[in-house]
Design a protein around this ligand. Structure first.
Ligand code: FES
Length: 127
């Protein structure tokens, strides 16, 4: 799967929103550095976090086991599956929030915002 990614810090800095229809178009045109915006390829049975790390990126994480939410990302296009979820609320799941350490892509193309620790509601989940 091909995953286009964007750092949530960029949204904060520029006043962009996860719900902006043209979020990734704006990002593509903004000359962002390769850590903040780019793409990674995820092999089958590989989770998002691992794929990003294999590509040389440092995305936030702690437990690597689906229990802390430090690795949370917002999937804005495409979808992933998680074998389990014990911490994300229904509301977060509806917003597209997923745990990158246990998320396996199920669509060929995805757009994902990582580093969403400042998203409302996530702070209290992080251990
Ligand atoms: Fe803890 Fe993913 S690193 S849930």
């Amino acid at each position: 799967a091909r995953v286009e990614f964007l750092d949530y810090d960029v949204l904060t800095e520029r006043g962009w929103s996860l719900t902006d229809d043209d979020l990734f178009e704006k990002a593509a045109e903004s000359g962002l550095d390769g850590d903040a915006y780019g793409e990674v390829f995820v092999e089958p049975r590989t989770n998002l976090l691992k794929a990003a790390e294999d590509a040389g990126h440092s995305w936030p994480f702690a437990c690597r086991g689906g229990a802390c939410a430090n690795c949370a990302v917002a999937v804005v296009e495409g979808d992933v599956k998680m074998p389990s979820n014990h911490i994300l609320s229904e509301e977060m799941l509806e917003q597209g929030v997923r745990l990158s350490c246990i998320s396996l892509p199920v669509t060929d193309d995805l757009k994902v915002v990582y580093n969403i620790e400042h998203l409302p509601g996530l702070d209290e989940l992080r251990l």
